[in-house]
Ligand binder design. Structure first.
Ligand code: 2RA
Length: 378
């Protein structure tokens, strides 16, 4: 649904109820076109659709069914080009990625690495006829003019740019619980400790954990390529590269991204320790916030219970609290173990678990597109 030239004509005709053939814009001759009576629907592209995040983006589009998709296009490397993928929108042949083809889409999800995004994202979206790009890498997250978006927090930022950055999974999951509390009580500082699943390193990370666990149980040597050390029956207090200040890049991402998404001061004290644990695909986090106003546990529970994208799981008497096993496959982030901190005069401590591939990546990206659809930015 690009409101340019002939597409605008088609869209206007559809609004008036007139049956209209969807007319391809110049340069689209090689793309299979369909006769469409739903010309307000979108041409959606996924680059990296066969990776762990790309697969979940397609699944979120299909399962949620909220973004009106007229045509799904899947772009890949020469290795996957030509292979067929069964989708809710019909069988899709994987196309060899090229910028011009991606620009023909209304929205393109990039589920590829930062180098690829740096090379291609701006070329795909530049100009009036470029596509909206929602990038899952960290390539643009800290650029001033590129919105970094968790739709429930700062969705309106999507009106400002055709290139939107999706946050790091750890940040997105934690903020679902932190943001309602920041709004209610204010925040002076935050200390976070994470327990991150193997899926943070994509399908190869999950595969290495499963294969290594099997080898361990069979008494064989456990080897590691993806993680710095063997992960089965271990925890690794390093995710990403060490920085000059002794923190890892993963830890600093939480600091930088939380400030940007929540519109906090550049010197808001936010400190994270990120640890990899041998779970499959849900990240967990202990979060401690010092609040500006006196912390009230009942009020905290109330705001979290009402917060979109949050599931309150906080019944210690019945052993109910967030866990990776229960958070896996869920759109909502589980929050529990809520208590008044004894380390601060005013403070709260709580525990979250959220599906790393969903809220931490694919779901957030699809929610960004849904937000842009509803606010007229697509
Ligand atoms: C990880 N946060 O868990 C990273 C992935 N984005 O490794």
């Amino acid at each position: 649904m690009k409101f340019t030239g002939l597409a605008l004509f088609a869209a206007v005709a559809a609004f008036s109820g007139e049956a209209t053939a969807f007319v391809p814009a110049t340069g689209r001759a090689s793309v299979p076109q369909k006769q469409s009576s739903t010309s307000l629907d979108y041409s959606v592209g996924i680059v990296g659709a066969t990776g762990a995040v790309g697969k979940e983006i397609r699944k979120c589009l299909e399962d949620r069914g909220k973004l009106p998709v007229d045509q799904l296009r899947i772009f890949g490397s020469s290795r996957s080009a030509g292979t067929k993928v069964d989708t809710k929108y019909g069988e899709v042949a994987v196309e060899l990625f090229n910028v011009e083809a991606a620009r023909e889409c209304d929205v393109v999800f990039l589920a590829v690495d930062g180098d690829f995004a740096l090379e291609n994202a701006k070329k795909i979206c530049e100009g009036d006829d470029g596509a909206v790009v929602i990038d899952n890498s960290s390539a643009f997250r800290y650029e001033k003019d590129v919105p970094l978006v968790v739709p429930e927090i700062n969705g309106k930022e999507t009106k400002k740019s055709k290139l939107i950055a999706n946050p790091n999974c750890t940040t997105a999951i934690g903020l679902m619980a932190m943001w309602p509390l920041i709004k209610k009580f204010g925040m002076k500082r935050c200390i976070m400790s994470t327990y991150q699943a193997s899926s943070g390193a994509g399908q190869p990370g999950m595969d290495e954990l499963k294969a290594g666990t099997k080898d361990y149980l069979e008494g064989k040597e456990v080897t590691n390529k993806i993680f710095a050390h063997p992960l089965p029956f271990n925890v690794i207090p390093q995710i990403d590269k060490f920085q000059d200040n002794g923190y890892t890049k993963e830890e600093m991402k939480v600091t930088w991204e939380t400030r940007k998404i929540c519109g906090l001061d550049d010197d808001m004290p936010i400190s994270c320790s990120a640890v990899r644990i041998p779970t499959i695909r849900a990240h967990s986090e202990v979060i401690i916030i010092e609040t500006e106003k006196p912390a009230d546990v009942a009020a905290a529970r109330e705001v979290l219970d009402a917060a979109p994208g949050v599931k309150l799981v906080d019944d210690p008497d019945n052993l109910q609290y967030p866990m990776p096993l229960t958070a896996t496959g869920q759109y909502d982030v589980e929050v529990g173990r809520i208590r008044k901190s004894i380390a601060f005069e005013n403070g709260l401590e709580f525990f979250v678990s959220g599906d790393q591939l969903l809220r931490g990546a694919a779901l957030n990206a699809v929610l960004v597109a849904e937000e842009m659809d509803s606010n007229g930015s697509l």
